[in-house]
Design a protein around this ligand. Structure first.
Ligand code: PEP
Ligand code: MG
Length: 326
């Protein structure tokens, strides 16, 4: 099987009926680019920048960040995109040099975009490094854990201010930087039709979206059975986010684990998800599966899946209709 997959490394990701889907990879550091290239991913759908902060003894300065972002942008093909997520610090990802108040519920607390807006000094440095790096490739910037429109607007305003300052300083920057949000807080998924009018793209973060929607921690043995990627409630949210994006001509991507899950992939293809981003090792198996499937026929499968009662029913439905899944 590995030999078969390897042959697909330089192939486009086309369904059996010729529909193209972008198959991108998730990375944590520029070093992960090797795996991305070896597995033939079409760009980077999620660069988790918090590792830059976590692997350092102090806040990484603008120059260090610029170098990291630039190397990733230069590491992919000129026609491929790189989606870089601003820091998702807080919650379980703590920084020894950035003391934050102890919280009773860190997963409902001061993290990600909330922290970035609260500490705009840190956020501005990151945005400056990103905007400077934009001259070296196709940069898409996304903000994590956005729950409300004002949060997105505030982040966009700061981005525009820093961009204008750099332009005034004579620094070369791209005029085509895309701004988007992670859809991982249920509130943002529910209001997707509003967000879609203001963002350039969505990237659905199913890892958190499932946890917050089901109110269940996958790491807790007693409740992990409730962490259900195929629960019709999750599928309905995902479907409505994709539809909202397309209604306004925006890109719908997914960068959570679900994007590389063989049971979910046929449903997501049927929903018309544009970009699937996953760990590099899942790229070739997913491309192989996608190439065997007829995307137009999967629309009916997706429609049935969102009408199902339970997660188990969805799995049975997919297995009965997609024999290509082994
Ligand atoms: C997600 O929540 O799905 C996601 C991709 O972000 P992370 O796994 O980094 O929280
Ligand atoms: Mg997340």
């Amino acid at each position: 099987q590995k030999v078969e997959w390897a042959k697909l490394k330089d192939q486009k990701t086309l369904s059996a009926d010729g529909q193209h889907f972008t198959l991108a990879a998730n990375i944590g550091t520029p070093k992960d680019l090797t795996g991305v290239l070896e597995n033939g991913a079409e760009g980077i759908g999620l660069y988790r920048t918090e590792f830059l902060y976590m692997d350092s003894q102090e806040l990484p300065d603008e120059e260090a960040q610029f170098e990291a972002y630039k190397s990733v942008l230069e590491g992919v093909e000129p026609d491929e995109n790189v989606t870089i997520r601003t820091m998702d610090i807080g919650g379980d990802k703590k920084l020894p040099y950035l003391p934050l108040p102890e919280e009773e519920n860190p997963f409902l607390g001061y993290r990600a975009i909330r922290l970035s807006l609260g500490r705009s000094d840190i956020f501005r440095t990151q945005l400056r490094a990103l905007i400077r790096a934009s001259a070296f490739g196709n940069l898409w910037i996304m903000f994590p854990m956005v729950a409300t429109l004002p949060e997105f607007r505030a982040a966009r305003d700061i981005f525009n201010e820093e961009k204008a300052k750099l332009v005034a300083e004579g620094v070369a920057v791209s005029d085509n930087i895309k701004l988007g949000i992670m859809v991982e807080v249920p509130a943002a998924a529910v209001l997707a039709d509003k967000f879609a009018q203001e963002v350039d793209f969505f990237s659905i973060g199913t890892n958190d979206l499932i946890g917050y929607t089901m109110a269940a921690d996958r790491g807790n043995d007693k409740v992990s059975y409730l962490y259900q990627p195929y629960n019709p409630s999750i599928l309905r949210l995902v479907d409505s986010v994709i539809k909202a994006a397309h209604k306004y001509g925006k890109v719908a991507a997914m960068c959570g684990e679900m994007a590389g899950d063989p049971i979910a992939v046929p449903i997501l293809m049927g929903m018309g998800l544009d970009e699937f981003s996953m760990s590099a090792t899942s790229v070739l198996p997913t491309r192989s599966l996608m190439r065997q499937l007829d995307a137009s026929k999967l629309q009916t499968l997706a429609e049935k899946a969102i009408e199902a009662d339970t997660s188990e029913d969805v799995v049975a439905l997919v297995k009965a209709n997609v024999p290509e899944i082994k």
